[in-house]
Design a protein around this ligand. Structure first.
Ligand code: SAJ
Length: 436
């Protein structure tokens, strides 16, 4: 053992988690809470310092406790540089580079470069970041070999996709089934051994790493495409004068029909991006790309509904309820609500009643979001005197609103419900509700 080859001093299995973001931090906490000695590696010193002093910056109650219990203890040791470990989990971001039309694998490469010199025969590297099929064996495998002393046959390399669902991170991390696929049977078995120790779900083995990588992308692509058909059918329903959601509920009475919920589009760190990875080495993605375009186009559709309701946006006050990408989370990554607000703010050529230039006064309210780079209003400041109210996120707080009170507080009567939060009572309160 070299000077920095720490085994926790107590014979516990050592796991290094590379990248302490939305996926890595809960993953590190999961292992640290289950009897492993965990090294939380992140290249950002400020992030580590924040973790040490303030604990987790997640806003999910259960998860905070779970993380706080181990941060700063011997179970979870925070470090800036890689260290020798039996297992290395790569949990770094893999954003989509729209200019190159390809996944940006620079963080994955950098993590592998850091791990390579610390790798010992028999150690196991597991990629958790979502990547195009072939990345684990080719990009990660080659980077590890090139930057270290070991040949691929001497260490284990596998892919095991993360299953983090904002809003239920802890529950799903512990309870979901996992898929593991190694570059050979030994690697698959080594990665499987690790996860069976911490998850309650089944750990399924894939024939190879590429199959596991593909399966992860297929899951999120399936969901994105199913949301797209719900969105398209909602628009068609409206063209026929049919309110979409009640019609969907009836359609779903069929045992083999399960329409998802229409909405203002798809946000978050996974669904808007993962389907694009499938197009990297394949031309057979017409439906997948079309589904992406339908979901991205929903922001403009909601904007059109609003403009139809108000006649013109000029000099109007619009209350937007919800900035997070989905209900009951504080996460605004790729949020359709954010794009909607930006589109309203940038509405061109609005003319005031006196013939001058006009703008639209957009007031965003989100009880879950506090760190957005746009101004946020409390409920009254957003709602009182508004000409229109738009529901962009299905937070529980919004379903508790009383339509009679809302009607009294607003100056106008237009309500655009892109999330199915309101019912007939809102019409009875003489509000002009337009449902998606
Ligand atoms: N949405 C709809 N209609 C629906 C369902 C969702 O418009 O019927 C929208 C949401 O409002 C949100 C977006 O889709 O903007 C995505 O939300 P989500 O809850 O479907 O999924 P994510 O992105 O939070 O997490 C997904 C999950 N994948 C699947 O359900 C297949 C999660 O299990 C994965 O762990 C996660 O991606 C991931 O990390 O890959």
């Amino acid at each position: 053992m070299t000077s920095d080859a720490v085994d926790g001093g107590d014979g516990k299995t050592t796991v290094s988690v590379h990248g302490l973001g939305y996926v890595g931090l809960p993953t590190a906490a999961l292992f640290a809470n289950n009897g492993f000695t965990v090294y939380g590696i992140d290249t950002q010193a400020e992030k580590l310092e924040r973790l040490r002093t303030d604990g987790a910056d997640f806003r999910e109650a259960d998860l905070n406790d779970y993380v706080d219990r181990v941060v700063g203890t011997d179970a979870l040791r925070l470090r800036e540089r890689p260290i020798e470990s039996e297992y290395h989990l790569i949990c770094v971001p893999t954003p989509f580079d729209h200019d190159r039309d390809a996944a940006d694998l620079s963080y994955v490469r950098a993590a592998a470069e850091g791990i390579a010199p610390k790798l010992r025969p028999g150690d196991t590297v597991v990629v958790e970041s979502t990547v195009p099929p072939g990345t684990t064996a080719n990009v990660v495998g080659e980077t590890l070999e090139r930057n270290g002393d070991l040949l691929r046959e001497t260490f284990n390399l596998a892919f095991c996709p993360e299953t983090v669902l904002p809003g239920s991170i802890l529950e799903e991390l512990r309870g979901n089934d996992r898929i593991v696929g190694g570059i050979d049977d030994e690697a698959t078995a080594a990665a499987r051994d690790l996860f069976v120790g911490v998850v309650n779900g089944d750990v399924h083995t894939a024939p190879d790493a590429a199959t596991a990588e593909f399966a992860k992308l297929a899951q999120n692509t399936h969901r994105d495409a199913n949301i797209a058909i719900a969105n398209e059918l909602a628009k068609v329903a409206r063209d026929h004068g049919v309110v979409p959601r009640p019609a969907f509920e009836l359609a779903n009475e069929h045992p083999r029909v399960d329409l998802l919920h229409p909405g203002p589009g798809v946000g978050g760190h996974c669904l808007p991006v993962d389907p694009l990875y499938l197009g990297q080495h394949s031309d057979h993605v017409a439906l997948i790309e079309h589904a992406r375009a339908i979901n991205d186009g929903m922001v403009d559709y909601v904007r059109d509904l609003l403009e139809d309701g108000l006649g013109s946006l000029a000099e109007k006050r619009v209350a937007v309820f919800g900035l997070a990408y989905k209900g009951n989370v504080a996460d605004t990554r790729n949020s359709p609500a954010k794009r909607f607000v930006e589109a309203l703010d940038e509405t061109p050529e609005l003319v005031a009643t006196d013939g001058g230039e006009a703008s639209v006064d957009v007031r965003v309210h989100d009880p879950h979001v506090s760190d957005a780079d746009m101004a946020l209003y409390d409920e009254s400041a957003a709602l009182d005197g508004a000409d229109a109210l738009v529901f962009m996120t299905d937070h529980d707080e919004f379903t508790d609103l009383d339509p009679e009170t809302v009607a009294e507080r607003m100056a106008g009567d237009v309500v655009i419900d892109a999330r199915g939060l309101t019912d007939e009572c809102w019409h009875e309160a003489e509000l002009d509700v337009r449902w998606l």
